[in-house]
Design a protein around this ligand. Structure first.
Ligand code: NAD
Ligand code: UDP
Length: 327
């Protein structure tokens, strides 16, 4: 669909991160002009380094919890700004909460004042440790509001509330994507998430850390599928009436994921058990009926294929460091 967004101007908050940088690549490939706003808290310039000479791209370093500089008027605003991995979002929980509340509110105001369409990157974490399975958008969730994950979960729930209030009160054209676990190239090696941890540990021959008994489940979506879903959601002219789950319904235990990576890498790593983090959800699988029906979207990349690309990317990413002479 190259050229289908020709000339449209898009603001991507959080665009230097893992998902945001792939989204920007896809938007530019379709002919859009893109401004990225990012504080580089967990994002990296290297994710966007290949765009240094791209005239349709510009980067603004700013924290969305602070007053923002003047930004070019955009037709679409994507809000992906927020640390997403538990160790990172728990490092400064108040800032994480403020990013979702203050940051989202600032970006919503920009969209309201400029007439832009607004997409909020929400999360499966709004379902908490779900009592219903698989999770449908109509489920209100089971979140501990005072635990260590609450800064992220409740922050994102508040961001959803703000987004729907701007729709009700100001007639804003909004979309809310509830994103489930996503993986792929440009995840950080120090991210702390299970896919990046296990692959990096396997490639380095280090112990592979399984938290708890490894029986907890997740459903992993490859990043190109997720970006396709985000673009379809933003471009949709069908009335949506509520949030839309985006994720891969192929559910597996953490133990099964580890076995798969061990087999694919041929690593001699040992598997070691670590305590299950507080409030770690036991099961998670999206019901994607709404995305299928409203957007004609479903994931295409099989786990084996996605893991292969991610392992290859991490091999290149960590190889130069391993090759450095010891000093
Ligand atoms: P990421 O940490 O790689 O990207 C987040 C980006 O937001 C980073 O570039 C970071 O520097 C930026 N950021 C954080 N706080 C900011 C602030 N206050 N001001 C400006 N920029 C700020 O994470 P990701 O995996 O790419 O996630 C992107 C979005 O998708 C997040 O909103 C996350 O909550 C959501 N999400 C991701 C997943 C997943 O599995 N990766 C799952 C559900 C939801
Ligand atoms: N996990 C694990 N080993 C790790 C990192 C994570 O067993 O090295 C577990 C974690 O406890 C959770 C699952 O893998 O049950 C997914 O964790 P991740 O942080 O990737 O995503 P989230 O918990 O936010 O869904």
């Amino acid at each position: 669909m190259v050229g289908s967004r020709s000339g449209i101007r898009v603001l991507v908050a959080g665009g230097a991160g893992f998902i945001g940088s792939h989204l920007i690549d896809a938007l530019l490939a379709e002919g859009a002009r893109v401004t990225c706003v990012d504080s580089l808290l967990t994002g990296r310039r290297s994710n966007l380094a290949h765009l240094a000479r791209e005239p349709r791209f510009d980067f603004v370093e700013a924290d969305v919890t602070e007053p923002l500089p003047a930004l070019p008027k955009a037709a679409w605003v994507f809000n992906l700004a927020c640390a997403a991995s538990p160790p990172h979002y728990q490092a400064d929980p108040v800032h994480t909460m403020m990013t979702s509340v203050l940051g989202t509110s600032r970006l919503l105001e920009i969209a309201r004042d400029t007439g832009a369409r607004f997409l909020q990157a929400s999360t499966s974490e709004v379902y908490g440790d779900p009592e219903r399975h698989p999770q449908q958008e109509s489920y209100w969730g089971n979140v501990n509001p005072t635990g260590p994950r609450a800064c992220y979960d409740e922050g994102k729930r508040s961001a959803e509330t703000l987004t729907f209030d701007f729709e009700r009160r100001h007639g804003l054209d909004i979309r809310v994507a509830r994103i489930f676990n996503t993986y792929g190239p440009r995840m950080r090696a120090d991210d702390g998430r299970v896919v990046s941890n296990v692959i990096c540990q396997a490639l380095a021959g280090d112990d592979i850390t399984v938290y708890g008994n490894g029986e907890q489940t997740r459903s992993f979506c490859y990043v190109s599928d997720l970006v396709d879903g985000l673009l379809r959601l933003m471009a949709s002219e069908t009335p949506l009436d509520g949030p839309v789950n985006l994720g891969n319904p192929h559910e597996m235990t953490v133990g099964e994921l580890v076995d798969r990576v061990v087999r694919m890498t041929g690593t001699p790593s040992r598997i070691v058990r670590r305590p299950l983090p507080v409030d770690d959800p036991q099961r998670r699988r999206p019901d994607i009926t709404r995305a299928e029906t409203l957007l004609g979207w479903s994931p295409r990349v099989a786990l084996e294929e996605g893991l292969e690309a991610t392992i290859a990317w991490f091999s290149r990413e960590i190889a130069p460091r391993r090759a450095l002479p010891e000093i």
